[in-house]
Design a protein around this ligand. Structure first.
Ligand code: URA
Length: 209
């Protein structure tokens, strides 16, 4: 059963406060998101499976642990997800990185996948889907469904901030997916922005409007 983990480490919370502040400019915003992503990666990977190997230390042969299985896959959802990739890669530099781009057709309201490129063998990898703002949950829901359709089995979802509405959508549709957040906010406003949130994560990361 998937769980919601709010990572309330003081360093994460301190940095998140500056990320939320509208007076934080693009350069600092990017740097802070990068730092928070790295700190979150430490917690998100806490229960990764290990396997035993044998090595030679300078003193003797020894049994030791290494991460089991294939390299982890990071799957940022375009575009804001890109802002958290480098931070995670600082801790897991050998991770593979796939990309998913989606939008919702305004008429049919069905998800349209305009881009997807994934690491090979996703069914054998631990995957971390990255979506900084879990608002309605629509994109994350669709991206996770798309990964599962292609065989993915072990998926964690990493977000900076979530609204309760988005969390419920993922819990309902993907009860097997653990959700990791830096903060759970109050609600969505009428434009599906998270309140109090941080505004548009993509625009703040890339300096667009
Ligand atoms: N996406 C964002 O970037 N911000 C929100 O508040 C909601 C969705």
């Amino acid at each position: 059963m998937g769980n919601v983990h709010v990572l309330d480490h003081p360093l994460i919370q301190h940095k998140l406060t500056h990320i939320r502040d509208k007076n934080t400019g693009t350069k600092e915003f990017r740097e802070l998101v990068d730092e928070v992503a790295m700190l979150m990666a430490f917690e998100i990977t806490r229960n990764l499976p290990l396997q035993e190997t044998t090595i030679d230390t300078p003193v003797m042969e020894a049994k030791a642990k290494i991460l089991a299985g294939k390299k982890i896959g990071l799957i940022p959802i375009l575009r804001a997800g890109l802002g958290m990739v480098d931070g995670v890669l600082k801790l897991i530099p050998a991770a593979k990185v796939g990309h998913v781009g989606l939008y919702r057709d305004p008429e049919t309201l069905k998800p349209v996948e305009y881009y997807i490129k994934l690491p090979s063998d996703i069914e054998e990898r631990e995957l971390i889907v990255i979506d900084p703002m879990l608002a309605t949950g629509g994109s994350a829901n669709d991206a996770i469904a798309s990964l599962k359709k292609r065989g993915a089995k072990n998926i964690r979802l990493m977000c900076l901030i979530a609204a309760p509405e988005g969390v419920e959508v993922i819990k309902e549709a993907h009860p097997d997916v653990d959700i990791y957040l830096a903060a759970m906010d109050e609600k969505l406003d009428d434009h599906a922005y998270i309140v109090p949130g941080l505004g548009d994560a993509g625009d703040r990361l890339f300096g667009t409007k």
